[in-house]
Write a protein that binds this ligand. Structure first.
Ligand code: SF4
Ligand code: F3S
Length: 289
């Protein structure tokens, strides 16, 4: 993703929109399946101001199916999912996929008296999808939905489909600018460079710790004693040293802020083992890695 440097992510989005508007590229066709989770990915997307959801839907993506915002209901809504399979399309999934009881923990629709589970829809749509994107830590790794005791036996998209070509954008929630960045990269260039977990290296290539504004304190061995102190929060259990994500660079919605900037430790929400392997999130009096 060399020609899509992180600092130019807005330029990349603009470039994709210009190519679509001058006919050099087509808008992406996509369906967004929301399965088991807290819908945080969708809230993150809807809260975005720069760019916002209207811009995404108007300029970049024909979103044929998106349960949280689509006007269609009932059979007609489900038929929109079936229609898209006659085109080139991208399958976007947020949330983990419950496997217990044939996936009945998440039912997307009842169509002709059949309950269409998220697992059935994802199975069907994945067959012909040009690209498959997991948005958020639940879809990428199982996340909180698959955390102990995982009563619905939920799994990540990668595990459910048993495929290693899925583009994963972990984060709890995923940073919306990464989602936009990947969609625009698909328009401009095609599949981005991915690491062994399917994460785009442009957004997950470096440790949070290596880009953190408090790193100087860490190097000098000066540590915060409580939340709110200005020093490095390593001794409070910050997971920045073991978490690969560009949070300190991207920040949130161009706000110039991010968890450590708000004086909370990084809890490693973009990590594969989140949350079980990252608890306790805060620990006073010693390191917690
Ligand atoms: Fe590393 Fe966390 Fe300290 Fe930042 S606050 S330097 S990420 S340990
Ligand atoms: Fe999550 Fe840590 Fe980034 S908590 S949002 S990975 S700073």
């Amino acid at each position: 993703m060399e020609d899509c440097p992180i600092k130019n992510q807005l330029n990349s989005i603009k470039e994709a929109v210009e190519k679509i508007e001058n006919g050099a590229k087509d808008k992406l066709n996509a369906v967004w399946i929301e399965t088991s989770g807290c819908f945080g990915e969708v809230i993150s997307l809807f809260d975005g101001l720069t760019p916002n959801i209207i811009y995404l839907l108007d300029k970049l993506v024909n979103m044929t199916y998106f349960g949280s915002i689509m006007a269609d209901e009932g059979d007609h809504a489900y038929e929109r999912l079936l229609e898209v399979m006659n085109k080139d399309y991208i399958l976007i999934v947020s949330g983990a996929i419950p496997k217990k009881d044939n996936g009945l923990f998440t039912v997307l629709a009842t169509y002709k008296n059949e309950k269409i589970t998220a697992s059935k829809a994802i199975d069907m749509l994945s067959e012909k999808a040009k690209h498959i994107i997991a948005v958020g830590t639940c879809a990428s790794f199982g996340g909180p939905t698959a955390a102990n005791p995982n009563i619905s036996e939920a799994v990540s998209l990668r595990e459910f489909l048993n495929r290693d070509d899925i583009i994963s954008i972990p984060g709890c929630p995923a940073n919306l600018i990464w989602t936009y960045g990947i969609l625009s990269y698909l328009v401009n260039n095609g599949t981005p460079e991915l690491d062994y977990l399917g994460r785009p290296t442009a957004y997950y290539g470096e440790l949070i710790h290596d880009n953190c504004e408090r790193r100087r304190y860490f190097d000098l061995g000066i540590f915060a004693k409580k939340l709110g102190d200005k020093e490095c929060m390593f001794m409070l259990g910050c997971k920045g040293p073991v978490t690969y994500a560009y949070c300190p660079i991207s920040k949130w919605d161009l706000s110039n802020n991010w968890p450590v900037g708000s004086s909370t430790v990084c809890i490693g929400c973009a990590n594969p083992g989140f949350p079980d392997e990252n608890e306790p999130f805060i620990q006073y009096g010693g390191k917690n890695l």
